[in-house]
Design a protein around this ligand. Structure first.
Ligand code: GDP
Length: 304
């Protein structure tokens, strides 16, 4: 919780500070109040659509609760944000789905630099600590240095890595990794992939091919397709997510670099516009800087 807190410092300083500053000027609830609130939310990367929705629901809630004082209003806002996040809510499944038998396969997708390799390194460490037998597949054969970067993580975590030469066929590397995972009873296989969005069609074909290779060997796999998004890219991250969601069955989001952004509002946008679950958040570059996402902690953390 301590690190979560540290990692959110920037978001709090701005998202929270913006809302707090906005509330500091509070006189009474009128049209201008809601206009300012909308602006503040949009500036915090909550996104237009989500900002309008929050504003609209706040109008109702303020009326309903007859909120008049600054304190009332501020708690209505926090409640509303927590609510909104939680609402898809009850059934929301934040956990990583595991195979009932045989290896669990988790595919990581996302554009270059989003933090896929780093997230795999962190997650592999987490499962290794839990006593799981972990295998990594270096299927980002495109980005220079990506294979080596994954191998370094493998060494650091003390887990095995299947890799081929640079520019080799990623699906073939994946095939070898899945075979090995099955034959040698690995509990979990993490598959890194290339993220060149410039060539969207190629990228999506490549991902489909990798998925087919996995499913052929393990019909229930991949058990998760995690889309890794860089929170510092704000609305861009949202647009990327839309593209990936159209082309692959994304099962959840890992939102990285939340420690480096002033605009934590992106979490609400992802939730409201994409209906995707944020499963993990990255709060730094160290191996321990990965946290399961918790909506309550997140929203309350922003207003501390
Ligand atoms: P990939 O191309 O998607 O595999 O991205 P990388 O894993 O290579 O990450 C790109 C850069 O972002 C690296 O310098 C990472 O150390 C950094 N990075 C990844 N996750 C985080 C995070 O949660 N916080 C911070 N501050 N940096 C991160």
């Amino acid at each position: 919780a301590q690190r979560y807190d540290e990692g959110l410092k920037k978001s709090r300083q701005t998202f929270g500070a913006r809302i707090n500053a906005f509330l500091a000027n509070f006189r009474h609830v009128d049209e201008a109040f809601f206009d300012d609130l909308e602006d503040t939310l949009i500036e915090s990367d909550v996104g237009y659509e989500t900002a309008m929705r929050i504003s609209e629901e706040l109008r109702d809630e303020v009326k309903l609760q007859n909120a008049k004082s600054k304190k009332d209003i501020s708690s209505v806002i926090v409640e509303k944000l927590v609510d909104m996040y939680g609402e898809a809510g009850e059934g929301e499944d934040n956990s990583i789905h595991m195979a009932t038998s045989g290896p669990t396969v988790i595919l990581f997708v996302g554009v270059n630099g989003a933090g896929k390799t780093t997230t795999i390194g962190k997650m592999a460490n987490m499962y290794k600590q839990q006593g799981k037998k972990v295998l990594l597949a270096a299927c980002d054969t495109f980005r220079a240095g990506a294979i080596q970067q994954l191998q370094v993580w493998g060494q650091r975590d003390g887990v095995d890595v299947v890799a081929g030469p640079e520019k080799s066929d990623p699906a073939s590397v994946c095939f070898d990794a899945v075979k090995k995972a099955k034959a040698e009873d690995y509990d979990i296989l993490f598959v890194d992939t290339a993220g060149r969005l410039q060539n969207k069609v190629n990228l999506m074909n490549e991902l489909e091919k990798i998925k087919r290779v996995i499913t052929r060997e393990l019909p229930e796999a991949p058990h998760e397709v995690l889309l890794v998004l860089d929170a510092t890219t704000g609305q861009n991250a949202l647009n990327q997510a839309k593209l990936f969601k159209q082309s692959t069955d994304v099962t959840g989001i890992v939102l990285t670099k939340l420690d480096g952004t002033a605009r934590g509002g992106i979490v609400l946008a992802i939730r409201n516009e994409l209906h995707l679950v944020v499963k993990y958040v990255g709060l730094g570059e160290k191996v321990t800087d990965l946290r399961p996402f918790n909506a309550n902690d997140f929203v309350y953390g922003l207003f501390k």
